[in-house]
Design a binder for this molecule. Structure first.
Ligand SMILES: Cc1cc2nc3c(=O)[nH]c(=O)nc-3n(C[C@H](O)[C@H](O)[C@H](O)COP(=O)(O)OP(=O)(O)OC[C@H]3O[C@@H](n4cnc5c(N)ncnc54)[C@H](O)[C@@H]3O)c2cc1C
Length: 451
């Protein structure tokens, strides 16, 4: 094998949002890169509702116009609802008037780098395919139907990406590797960096419905295109309602492992039982047509011991996954590639491909995901607190900042520190009016899994 010139400067494993945005950033800057994607696109994928921090990446990559032309439903904000049976939601604390319903609009807070008041709900088959083609348009090579088996880092000065085409074993040399293989975490697994999250063990079951009248659950008029999170009477469980087109809606139930039945048929029954706890939703969905089979995602939360190594970075879900409650996955994928691509471009200039060269990326993403993790932990531990903060003018915009995906700059946003201190207060005081509303997930969540 001739190592004098590698086949590519950068080899990217996976063509989801993390991989294709990375390819677009690098190819746009003139880097010779290739994406190896195991599927043939378009392929279906969970994760359909975006947050506004995605817009910055779309703008930088000249992709915003294509998002507009695709006519994905606009997403202006989010709504949280409960069945209203939880009377104790009405207790006040510290001037915080909690309620069982809340909504928020992204337009309420200006966000640096984002000059539109909407983001999008997307059909991931279409969206991922568009972004991968966009990267290809900048000159990134794209190989679909190629499943990477592993990477050999011993063949210095380059790395060798291993895969097979039919019965033929193949190897492609690169200066460095980007693992963007999503929750398969191809290289992270190979290097044994993956740590299972000891706290979050959620499962999800989801499908699409055509003809569901979203007005059935609309909390206020004109809010039918928002993402809806419907709390369930089962602890730590909720339903997402995401518009995919004018008439198609994605519905998913998220719950803890202990609630999820072992048998497939029972799990579909579980979906309907959960939906039945919200009678309006149940009636609306029963009157609609289910247009996709049920799909399941399970026990998906984990962290990685490292997000970078010599000649390697891990972006998007390949680096970490917590929980989809705030629809952040795609945004984190896009922004982790935005941030990592700056370090990679620097490495291409200096020739320094050691882990230290990717320090800016690793530090920034760890800070952002730690903030997400803590925010999600607070939410699951005491979700009454979340709606209380949303409804309180003292905190509303600070919470919105987190919901917009603005999480990377501050070590710990003050609003998060305040929420955490209230949770601790409620945990310590069994007589507290909110004590019996504490969720099952323990406060250890704050220090779990490399957070
Ligand atoms: C239940 C649930 C609900 C969610 N809801 C939302 C939501 O509403 N909004 C949101 O933003 N996010 C959501 N997410 C998260 C979202 O799905 C992910 O965060 C997002 O897809 C991450 O993008 P990615 O590019 O890192 O990974 P992926 O999108 O998973 O892309 C990885 C790609 O790598 C390919 N690949 C894998 N292994 C290999 C290999 N060995 N060789 C070659 N290719 C390979 C895969 O085929 C895939 O195309 C949700 C997740 C779950 C589990």
């Amino acid at each position: 094998m001739n190592f004098s010139v590698p086949d590519f400067d950068v080899g990217i494993i996976g063509g989801g949002p993390a991989g294709s945005s990375m390819a677009a950033y690098l190819a746009k800057a003139g880097i010779n890169c290739a994406v190896f994607e195991r599927e043939i696109f378009p392929r279906p994928h969970v994760g359909e509702s975006l947050v506004p921090s995605s817009t910055r990446v779309f703008k930088e990559l000249g992709f915003l116009q294509k998002m507009e032309e695709a006519k994905f439903p606009y997403k202006y904000g989010a709504v949280w609802t409960s069945s209203g049976s939880t009377k104790s939601y009405k207790h006040d604390l510290d001037g915080l008037a909690a309620d069982s319903k809340a909504d928020i609009r992204f337009a309420e807070r200006d966000q640096p780098g984002v000059d539109q008041i909407h983001t999008y709900h997307v059909d991931r088959g279409i969206f991922d395919n568009m972004l991968l083609h966009h990267a290809n348009g900048f000159g990134a090579k794209v190989y679909e139907g190629v499943a990477v088996q592993g990477v050999d880092f011993s063949e210095t000065p380059y790395a060798a990406i291993k895969y097979s085409i039919g019965k033929k074993e193949c190897s492609t040399t690169v200066r460095m590797v980007v693992d963007a293989s999503g929750r398969r975490t191809t290289v992270g697994n190979q290097l044994k960096w993956r740590i299972k999250d000891p706290v979050f063990d959620q499962y999800a079951i989801h499908t699409w419905f055509d003809g569901y009248d979203r007005r059935a659950m609309a909390y206020k008029e004109n809010l039918t295109n928002y993402i809806y999170v419907h709390f369930l009477p089962i602890t730590n469980s909720w339903i997402w309602q995401i518009p995919i087109t004018e008439s198609v809606t994605s519905i998913g139930v998220v719950t803890q492992k202990k609630n999820f039945a072992a048998r497939k048929e029972s799990r579909e029954q579980f979906f309907w039982d959960c939906v039945a706890s919200r009678p309006d939703l149940f009636a609306g969905l029963k009157a609609a047509q289910q247009v996709r089979p049920f799909r399941e995602e399970g026990d998906y939360s984990y962290a990685m011991k490292q997000l970078a190594g010599d000649r390697l970075v891990l972006v998007g879900d390949a680096g970490r996954f917590v929980d989809p409650i705030f629809s952040t996955g795609v945004s984190i994928a896009l922004n982790s590639s935005r941030i990592a691509s700056a370090d990679i471009l620097q490495a291409m200039e200096t020739g320094n491909f050691t882990r230290e060269g990717f320090n800016q990326f690793e530090t920034t993403i760890r800070r952002g995901t730690r903030n997400w993790y803590n925010f999600i932990s607070v939410y699951y531990r005491l979700n009454v607190l979340f709606t209380a903060f949303i409804l309180d003018p003292r905190y509303r915009l600070d919470v919105l900042k987190l919901l917009q995906g603005d999480v990377y700059e501050e070590q710990e946003p003050p609003v998060l520190a305040r929420m955490r201190s209230i949770v601790t207060e409620v945990e310590r005081n069994p007589k507290h009016v909110w004590h019996n509303l504490l969720g099952d997930l323990t406060a250890n969540a704050f220090v779990a899994a490399g957070a």
